[in-house]
Design a protein around this ligand. Structure first.
Ligand code: FES
Length: 106
């Protein structure tokens, strides 16, 4: 399955993300600077903030209380479609997912 990341400069990068891999891992492994992911997916940094394109929101996994809480600490501020990309683990249903990388992350 594929995910498109929209960078803060509006360039788009499409990545093949294996099922079971988080968007944060995929982005950092491909050198997408906009995703920092300081805590390595431990839900303690909020530097992996993305905005999910609205039509994909129903397919995204539900949020844990910890993610809910950490979204209040993002540098950009929480939006209606905010998620932490370390918590978005790829599934077949998410094929085509498009997310905008939040700016700033720190
Ligand atoms: Fe730290 Fe997602 S990588 S909260």
């Amino acid at each position: 399955p594929k995910v498109t990341f929209i960078n803060p400069d509006e360039t788009r990068v499409e990545l093949e993300v294996p099922v079971g891999t988080s968007l944060m891992r995929a982005a950092t492994a491909h050198g997408l600077d906009g995703i920092v992911g300081d805590c390595g997916g431990g839900l303690t940094c909020a530097t992996c903030h993305v905005l999910v394109q609205e039509e994909f929101l129903p397919n995204t996994p539900s949020m844990t209380p910890n993610e809910e809480q950490m979204l209040d600490f993002t540098a950009m501020g929480r939006q209606i479609n905010s998620r932490l990309s370390c918590q978005l683990v790829m599934t077949e249903e998410l094929d085509g997912l498009t997310v905008r990388i939040a700016d700033p992350q720190l």
